[in-house]
Design a protein around this ligand. Structure first.
Ligand SMILES: *Cc1c(COP(=O)(O)O)cnc(C)c1O
Length: 416
């Protein structure tokens, strides 16, 4: 059959076909993926899907035609402001995901320091643990990334960051938590460096932005990381991760509207009149916004607190399971809901072959390096999966060791 049929096909047949094509996909709704997808129950997912469906064709490019979108947007931004310690002056925009948020954080810093000081060869100082999307941003927008090694506990080396700063530095970055090992950078020190020099400090809380405030309320000791820290100019928060909403929703919150103004773009240099947009996209489906709003209203504060507890408990149990296996080495104690681990003796155990064995048993984990490691992002869906995962992990380690099997490093994203 060619890709476009000559005569259209019945909708039920088309949908059945789509469902059949998903057969080999990872079963993330059953808690089989420790990456890429998040699930807080079928009720939450169904609500997100229905809200998305009702708004999927509405266009967030210009709320002048859709007053509903302006209202939904400000509701969502207001809630997130509360989660990240924003003052009443804080101001945000919804974006399509963590990557767009980080692209905008970099662009906003570049444009601010060009306007304020005429910086034309801007650089960003950031730890090696900061997300790959910062490389994309530097590449797209013509900045130099000065990556600084992390310390033994995988946190940003703030002394080395201070050394790397010069007059062309426009942005310092810290993460809460960083993705690879799941630890929270020393945000107060990084933010103070930025404040002294009058430059931007972005906290990448794509992973932690929703959940850290709830973990703190559950009694966990969380170091300061958000907009309440003097010097932090912006924070990114992914709703399509621990907000448990549909894909395509992240929020950028700036300390104030002036800092936020450098994110927007406006032109009248064409025949179509004034054109403005808050982020990378032009036309954008209102589906992700409606789904985010609906899920927040449905879960409420209590719902997010309950889900945070489930995810955190599962994280601690899984990390303990890894520690109990002497062939494995936990990279760092998880400070929120992610962790990574490798082989205690890489000469004896190929950790990527362990990932292959886990995949044969229906589990998906991220592969990362350096150092060669497996990575788990744990969410509420995993609350009752700990025993079966650890059982399969131990079994996989045993098999790989006995066969001296080797595996491929794989990648977190793809260019296909
Ligand atoms: C997921 C993530 C990103 C990138 O977000 P996308 O939604 O995948 O574009 C950036 N930083 C951190 C810490 C993340 O966890």
């Amino acid at each position: 059959m060619s890709a476009l049929p000559l005569a259209g096909r019945p909708s039920t047949e088309v949908l059945d076909d789509l469902t059949a094509r998903k057969e080999l996909d990872i079963k993330w709704r059953e808690g089989r993926a420790f990456s890429l997808a998040y699930f807080a129950g079928q009720d939450v997912a169904s609500l997100a899907e229905e809200a998305y469906r009702r708004f999927s064709g509405d266009n967030g490019l210009n709320p002048a035609a859709f007053p509903s979108l302006r209202a939904l947007n400000s509701d969502v931004v207001d809630v997130v402001k509360g989660w990240v310690g924003g003052s009443p002056a804080a101001a945000g925009f919804l974006t399509s995901g963590g990557t767009e948020s980080l692209l905008m954080a970099v662009k906003a810093a570049r444009d601010r320091l060009f306007v304020e000081r005429g910086v034309t060869k801007p650089n960003v100082v950031l730890p090696t643990s900061a997300h790959a999307a910062f490389e994309k941003a530097a590449h797209y927008f013509g900045l130099e990334n000065r990556r600084v090694a992390v310390t033994d506990d995988w946190r940003a080396d703030t002394a080395e960051m201070a050394n790397a700063i010069d007059d062309n530095t426009v942005l310092l970055v810290g993460s809460a938590p960083q993705y690879p090992q799941g630890v929270i950078d020393d945000i107060p020190t990084i933010a103070a460096l930025a404040r002294q020099r009058g430059i931007n400090c972005h906290v990448d809380a794509c992973m932690g932005g929703v959940i850290l405030s709830f973990l703190k309320r559950l009694g966990q000791d969380i170091p300061p990381w958000d907009l309440s820290v003097p010097g932090v100019s912006s924070v990114s928060i992914d709703l399509h991760k621990f907000g448990y909403t549909a894909k395509g929703a992240s929020v950028m919150i700036y300390a104030n509207k002036d800092l936020r103004s450098y994110q927007s773009f406006i032109t009248d240099n064409w025949l179509g009149g004034t054109y403005g947009s808050s982020g990378v996209l032009g036309t954008k489906s209102a589906g992700p916004l409606a789904a985010a709003w609906a899920v927040m209203q449905y879960l409420g504060d209590e719902g997010y607190l309950r889900l945070a507890k489930l995810a955190r408990n599962a994280t601690l149990e899984l990390a303990q399971g890894v520690k109990n296996n002497l062939d494995l080495k936990l990279r760092a104690e998880p400070e929120s809901t992610l962790f990574s681990f490798g082989a205690s003796n890489p000469a004896e155990l190929n950790i990527f072959a362990v990932a292959d064995e886990l995949w044969h048993r229906g589990w998906y984990v991220d592969r990362q390096s350096p150092p060669d490691s497996l990575h788990c992002t744990v969410n509420a869906v995993h609350f009752d999966k700990v025993k079966s995962f650890i059982g399969d992990l131990n079994e996989s380690v045993k098999i790989v060791k006995s066969k001296s099997a080797t595996g491929e490093s794989g990648s977190y994203g793809s260019v296909e």
